[in-house]
Write a protein that binds this ligand. Structure first.
Ligand code: ADP
Length: 718
């Protein structure tokens, strides 16, 4: 492709984009030259494109013969190359081309086949093919089929949302109604078309609608309204300089003025339209323009000229097979010939008119058209309902999905909450269980406690009662012991005195047995007296008032030594005393305590060199200060270490060792009165050590030098 070819090619492409056709005949030739080189070239694809482009271009310029050649060539090449989609496009243009050539049968054949091929696709192409076929049937006057295909096209276009297509279909349906003489219906459809035309800014459609509505009102006899619409159309046409539209509107205006009786004006517009129809080779339009100009001439009295025009109109209508137009022409002939007085011919045309009218507009056709329309409306309504249902279903579905989602989320949240709650409840239950168990345990413990308390209380009460009883008994016993020991002393002393008196007065006079009996009495009275004395001592410990003076234990032990001097001397006892403390206590009691222990140490000792030691031990056996009295005597069986402290408890008979069995009991009582304790450690044959503590105020006395010396020189016991 050289530069000039390129430029022409781009101009060609540009014209396509802007939707105008700037090409004149010369540029069309140039395009043909350019594309011809492709046709003669080897590239079959380019050949096909070139044929198709040229076909379309010539069709646009209404050079239908050339267009047909190129389109037929393109179609066979597309078939050969198996480019089926492109072939269908080409076939469509072929249909358009046949229609433009007024070869309606061929157009119907081609378009019917195309519709069959496209059936099922329901695309824009099918809609256009139906529309085109409907138009052909319309021209042929087959309104029934025209209606069918128009509505089929309308349905497809509505599905496609092809608004321009919808508007065009409405316009054509309006046209069918117009030629059926159903002008109100035609206006209704033109108005529908006009509405969309305004919305999509289609000037051509707009002015066509104004013109068509103007034409319909004219037929309805409303000339004013008709003129108003036609003038609107005319203004738009002039402003936009559209020749084809201008011809149509001019014709309509002529028609208006003809109706109004303004024949000159009517003729002016008819002539203008006629001229434009010839220029654009619009033979369909020429039928109307010839007829109307002819009628005006006849009105003006130029019958010959008028009839020529009418004949011309008749000739074209017949040649085109345009039966609806032919109807108008027959009618015009009939009326005008009637006016001219040629009734025979006029009658003939009337008959033709009526016959044609019957074939074009009969009840059956009208019914069929109504049915088709009804079907379309039902189908449209069904589609609308279906669409609405689909939308509703979608809305419901969306609601359902959203609802379900919400429900799911809600359920999940509830579940999570339930789980947490359940977990908490479980924990709570466990805690409650524990608390219950603890409570049970506590209750049990409480019960036990209560029972124990009750038991203790009972025991306490019993103890109290027993204590009381014991106390009472003790008291009674003490009183008895005291009374017995104190009061018995007197008669016993009397018995002793009289026995001694008896012995002294009647010794040797009553027989040796009597002397012996009297000795027995005096001895036992003496023993009994000792016993009563001891018991009295023991019981007095309870009753005497305790006086706390500072007492020197050293002095007490010294007093004991003095008291027992005879026995010490007699048995050659070694006596050892440590330096002993001073205490705040009851002097005579303490004297009694030490005396009893020391006298026992001497008494229960059969050694040749008896030893007695009195001393203290500090920090001994858990006590700060422990006193002891130790001997190397006969010792005590440790089995009786507790029992020796019981009153009247003796380990030996009175034949072996004299005694009452009260001494150690008195010691224990004195120690206990001083909050202390007393115990014995002993080994048979080796000796005994009596330990005791006194929990009373104590202070160490100054060392007594003699005793201390004595202590130092003391014999080793062990
Ligand atoms: P008694 O008047 O018989 O001495 P005690 O109450 O003083 O009564 O002593 C009770 C018994 O403890 C004595 O009968 C004796 O058997 C034993 N007894 C007491 N002191 C000693 C001791 N130093 N050595 C051995 N036996 C002792």
């Amino acid at each position: 492709m050289n530069l000039s070819q390129k430029i022409i090619f781009f101009i060609f492409l540009f014209s396509f984009f802007i939707g105008t056709n700037p090409m004149n005949a010369n540029s069309l030739d140039s395009l043909e030259n350019v594309l011809r080189s492709k046709i003669t070239g080897n590239n079959v694809d380019e050949q096909l494109d070139a044929y198709f482009e040229l076909g379309k271009e010539y069709l646009l310029h209404k050079e239908t013969d050339k267009a047909l050649d190129y389109l037929l060539a393109a179609e066979s090449l597309a078939e050969k190359l198996k480019k089926y989609e492109l072939r269908l496009e080409i076939v469509y243009k072929l249909g358009v081309c046949y229609n433009a050539q007024h070869d309606y049968d061929k157009a119907i054949e081609v378009l019917t086949q195309l519709i069959k091929d496209l059936t099922g696709t329901n695309g824009k192409e099918l809609g256009d093919a139906c529309y085109r076929l409907a138009k052909v049937y319309q021209v042929k006057g087959n309104n029934e089929l025209a209606f069918d295909y128009h509505f089929r096209a309308l349905q497809i276009r509505e599905e496609q949302g092809d608004r321009k297509g919808i508007a065009r279909s409405h316009y054509q349906v309006g046209g069918i109604h117009f030629f059926q003489g159903n002008y109100h219906k035609s206006i209704e459809y033109y108005e529908k078309c006009l509405k969309i035309a305004k919305e999509i800014n289609s000037e051509v459609l707009e002015l066509s609608c104004y013109g068509a509505i103007g034409g319909a009102y004219s037929r309805l006899g409303d000339v004013d309204l008709s003129l108003e619409y036609n003038m609107k159309a005319y203004e738009i046409t002039i402003a936009s300089n559209r020749k084809s539209g201008l011809a149509y509107i001019s014709f309509n205006l002529g028609d208006n003025y003809q109706t109004l009786g303004d024949v000159d004006k009517a003729l002016k517009y008819f002539n203008q339209a006629h001229k434009l129809y010839i220029e654009s080779n619009d033979r369909w339009g020429q039928i109307g323009s010839n007829k109307s100009i002819g009628e005006i001439h006849i009105t003006k009295g130029n019958n010959k000229e008028g009839l020529e025009y009418l004949n011309k109109s008749l000739e074209i209508a017949q040649s085109l097979g345009a039966r609806p137009r032919l109807l108008d022409v027959y009618k015009s002939f009939a009326r005008n010939l009637e006016d001219m007085g040629d009734y025979k011919k006029a009658n003939w045309y009337y008959k033709e008119f009526l016959s044609l009218k019957d074939s074009l507009v009969n009840e059956a056709t009208l019914q069929k058209m109504s049915d088709t329309k009804m079907q379309y409306e039902i189908s449209s309504k069904e589609k609308a309902i279906q669409k609405r249902d689909t939308q509703l279903q979608e809305t419901y579905r969306n609601f359902l999905i959203v609802g379900l989602l919400f429900l799911l989320v809600f359920l999940y949240l509830m579940y999570a909450k339930y789980k947490t709650q359940a977990k908490n409840n479980e924990l709570q239950r466990e805690q409650n269980q524990k608390i219950r168990q603890q409570n049970d345990q506590l209750e049990e413990a409480h019960l036990i406690q209560m029972e124990t308390n009750q038991l203790l209380k009972t025991q306490n009460e019993q103890s109290l009662v027993q204590n009381e009883k014991l106390e009472r008994k003790n008291e009674e016993l003490k009183r008895f012991a005291y009374i017995a020991s104190h009061d018995l002393k007197e008669p016993l002393r009397n018995i002793g005195s009289f026995a001694t008196l008896l012995k002294r007065r009647f010794k040797g006079q009553l027989g040796s047995d009597a002397d012996e009996y009297i000795d027995f009495i005096t001895t036992n009275v003496s023993r009994m007296y000792d016993l009563l004395h001891e018991v009295l001592m023991y019981s007095k410990l309870e009753n005497e008032e305790i006086i706390h003076d500072w007492v020197s234990i050293n002095e007490i032990v010294q007093t004991v030594r003095e008291t027992l001097r005879g026995k010490i001397m007699e048995q050659n006892v070694q006596f050892k005393v440590a330096n002993l403390p001073e205490v705040q206590g009851h002097r005579s009691h303490l004297l009694q305590l030490f005396q009893n222990l020391v006298s026992n140490s001497i008494k229960y000792n059969q050694k040749e060199n008896p030893l007695v030691e009195v001393g203290i031990k500090e920090n001994f056996e858990g006590h700060d200060l422990v006193y002891f009295v130790k001997d190397n005597g006969i010792g005590i069986d440790m089995e009786f270490k507790e029992r020796v402290f019981e009153i009247f408890k003796r380990l030996h008979g009175k034949d072996e060792f004299e005694g009452t069995g009260v001494g150690l009991a008195i010691c224990k009582k004195i120690v206990m009165q001083n909050n202390g304790d007393i115990w014995v450690e002993s080994e048979i044959g080796k000796g005994s050590t009596f330990y005791f503590t006194l929990n009373i105020n104590t202070k160490m006395a100054e060392a007594n030098s003699a005793d201390a010396e004595m202590f130092v020189e003391g014999v080793n016991f062990n």
